[in-house]
Design a protein around this ligand. Structure first.
Ligand SMILES: [Zn+2]
Length: 238
């Protein structure tokens, strides 16, 4: 019996290819590392943390990759309840150390609301209250996010693992600017990868969670300028 591993990540398009690699249960660690080589600059902390994670996932483990705005653990409450017993909880937040404006869109949306004192549905869904005390600015909120998500994940495991992905270390093709969001139910093993197999790399946001959980994440994706929100059957749903 292997372990049940939950990998909670932001829906951001730049993390989706990494999510596909992590959720591929058929690939060997070496195959996954080779694919990682094409996504992340080697000799960076981001590469090291992701490759360490890949090396510690065993073939008999059950991996669930789930995704929403900001890698928001509380926003996946029903999804996590449905998964049940969890042995390892890994959280992938992200930041861009070269250009803060290219960082996490969800944290940008929350930062705006904190500064405007706007406590709306998005603020509530992202659990804005927990960011108020340590809040400094748009850049600071991305450093705060992994700390807050780790605290939230302690409800499920005693030692949640955090990988803050520096998106400035990713190897990205030029952005076409046409972005879609795919909304899918979580399923174990190949779920994340299968749901997103046909989607254009680096142009697709992935919202993966039970329907009861992800309504506000879809709203956030729309506010980030998605051209289309589709389900895994590729039907437009919003
Ligand atoms: Zn994000």
């Amino acid at each position: 019996m292997g372990e049940v591993i939950v990998i909670e990540m932001c829906m951001d398009r730049r993390l989706v290819e990494i999510g596909k690699v992590l959720s591929d249960v058929e690939g060997t660690a070496n195959e996954k590392l080779r694919r990682l080589d094409t996504l992340v600059q080697k000799n960076t902390g981001t590469y090291k943390k992701l490759s360490d994670l890949i090396r510690t996932i065993n073939p008999d483990d059950t991996v669930y990759v789930i995704a929403n705005a900001g890698a928001n653990v509380n926003g996946h409450a029903k999804t996590l309840e449905h998964i049940g017993e969890i042995d390892r909880f890994v959280i992938l937040t992200h930041t861009d150390t070269k250009d803060v404006a290219k960082g996490c869109g969800a944290m940008g949306a929350l930062s705006q609301r904190i500064e405007n004192k706007e406590h709306d549905g998005v603020f509530e869904h992202l659990g804005g209250e927990s960011y108020l005390e340590g809040y400094t600015d748009r850049k600071g909120i991305e450093e705060l996010n992994p700390i807050i998500q780790k605290e939230r994940a302690k409800k499920y495991v005693s030692e949640p693992e955090i990988i803050p992905v520096d998106t400035s270390h990713l190897i990205l093709p030029k952005d076409t600017g046409v972005h879609v969001a795919v909304v899918a139910d979580p399923s174990k093993g190949m779920g994340y990868a299968t749901n997103l197999r046909e989607t254009p790399a680096f142009e697709t946001y992935a919202i993966v969670g039970r329907r009861e959980d992800v309504g506000v994440d879809v709203e956030i994706a729309k506010s980030l300028g998605m051209h289309e929100i589709i389900n895994r059957q590729r039907r437009t749903i919003h």
